[in-house]
Design a protein around this ligand. Structure first.
Ligand code: SUG
Length: 448
């Protein structure tokens, strides 16, 4: 049976702004308070989706969330009408209003961890929504994420959904950004690679000193258990705490994998040799031929990797067996990274081509090409069971482009977030979007 890796990209929501909300994420902190352009952000994302569709990849769309999150503000004690809630939050606690307006759900690599059916005990595709509990603005995403994923992957015969893990730092879970799946082909049993930043219950593991490690070992293990993965099909590895302290807040900022290939920085992991040997052994037992490409620090320093997002790229398999790397424009403007990429494609190895995309609006908040997509490996029958409304087509691309141009502002500053009109604009836009994507009622304003 045919199998596919489908990339579901997060559509950027109408409140995209630079709130400076993510301590440990260098771009988010350094672009705080700049004016954003939500319309441009959404169109840049749609361009990438269209380009992948045009290249023959199956491409999906994941809807943004309702923001401002009035319910979150109410839970923090702001009362009255929706407009009064926003007005009071703006007056008394602007940082909370900013957090409740974040369009951070666009980075759907953090929406959930997904295990394809070939890996799971019950032969279904498993999803666990990420609790994202390291940052308040992200911790409010998972209830709607679960509803949206439920509306996209509704058939219980093929899809199993798990609620987010307990919302405490000990089970901090950032979803697919710290999870990579290796396999010979997408429909065959593979090896799922979970990368964590610290252990919550075992003090023998080192931890970063400056910035938070968002993912714990115990969260990764819980997800593997929930999904019914076998010991032969998982590898757990610790991220190097020193790189977390240099701004590598998710593993997908320092490594990316696909098929039988891991592309990683020399400093990405602790005990690298052991990790690679375990991946190699477990994949070999699955009949797969694991390969890794290590980028040496003397060619690309961690700082350059963080600035350019070289590893936050999409590594895609082409029909001829070669691979294509989708990178952000920031890789081309960094001479060391660009030179490395030239040598990579000329080396005769598996990565033959690099395609560059302008995703600056998202990049300025620390979200590159890989952050913007959630990968779901599906067999033909499973793909047929996905809600067809969320699969990208030329017609859907046209409709979504018009929808963005109709509803999105082209500039947003912090002071604009207090405008009660913005809430109405967002709800009107999202109501229309649920009809376009055939999602049914998924947003709090549609349910309550
Ligand atoms: O969680 N930025 C996101 C970026 C997530 C990137 N995702 C992956 N690497 N997979 C984060 O830090 C910044 C929002 C702001 O500052 O306005 C933000 O949430």
């Amino acid at each position: 049976m045919k199998s596919f890796e489908v990339n579901f990209d997060g559509l950027v929501g109408p409140t995209h702004n630079y709130g400076g909300l993510s301590f440990g994420n260098v771009a988010s902190q350094s672009n705080s308070q700049q004016a954003s352009n939500p319309r441009e952000a959404a169109l840049q994302g749609l361009e990438k989706m269209k380009a992948l569709m045009d290249m023959g990849f199956v491409q999906g769309v994941l809807a943004p969330q309702e923001r401002p999150d009035v319910a979150a503000l109410r839970s923090l004690g702001f009362g009255g009408t929706d407009a009064q809630v926003i007005e009071k939050a703006a007056k008394e606690a602007m940082p909370l209003l900013v957090a409740s307006c974040s369009a951070s759900s666009m980075w759907v690599a953090n929406a959930a961890t997904v295990s394809p059916s070939a890996d799971t005990a019950d032969g279904r595709v498993h999803f666990t929504a990420a609790n994202l509990n390291c940052k308040f603005h992200r911790s409010i995403e998972h209830p709607t994420t679960s509803r949206v994923l439920g509306a996209m992957f509704a058939d219980p015969e093929h899809f199993a959904h798990h609620a987010a893990l307990p919302a405490v730092a000990q089970f901090g879970d950032e979803g697919a950004a710290n999870h990579t799946r290796f396999c010979r082909s997408y429909g065959e049993a593979g090896v799922e690679f979970f990368v964590y930043g610290r252990s919550a219950f075992d003090s023998r593991y080192p931890a970063p000193q400056k910035y938070p490690a968002r993912q714990t070992l115990e969260a990764s293990q819980a997800v593997a258990r929930l999904h019914g993965l076998s010991d032969a099909g998982v590898v757990f590895a610790q991220q190097n705490p020193a790189v977390i302290d240099q701004g590598v807040f998710h593993n997908d900022v320092i490594a990316v994998g696909n098929g039988e290939l891991l592309f990683h920085h020399q400093d990405a992991f602790l005990n690298t040799e052991h990790v690679l040997a375990e991946l190699h052994g477990k994949l070999q037992a699955r009949g797969a031929d694991f390969q890794s490409i290590c980028v040496p620090r003397d060619q690309v320093a961690v700082e350059d990797a963080v600035r350019s997002y070289l590893f936050n790229s999409q590594l895609l398999s082409r029909a001829d067996g070669s691979m294509l790397l989708i990178v952000p424009e920031e890789c081309r403007s960094n001479p060391r990274v660009w030179q490395y990429l030239q040598s990579l494609t000329a080396s005769g190895g598996p990565v033959r081509e690099v395609k560059v995309f302008d995703l600056k609006q998202s990049m300025q908040n620390g979200g590159g090409p890989a952050c913007l997509r959630l990968r779901v490996a599906l067999k033909e029958t499973e793909l047929a069971a996905v809600n067809p409304g969320v699969i990208m087509t030329p017609a859907l691309y046209g409709t979504l482009t018009r929808w963005v141009n109709t509803h999105y502002r082209d500039a947003l500053r912090e002071s604009d977030l207090a405008d009660p009109q913005l809430l109405l604009e967002c709800r009107t836009a999202l109501d229309e979007l649920t009809q376009i994507l055939k999602l049914g009622a998924v947003y709090p304003f549609q349910i309550n």
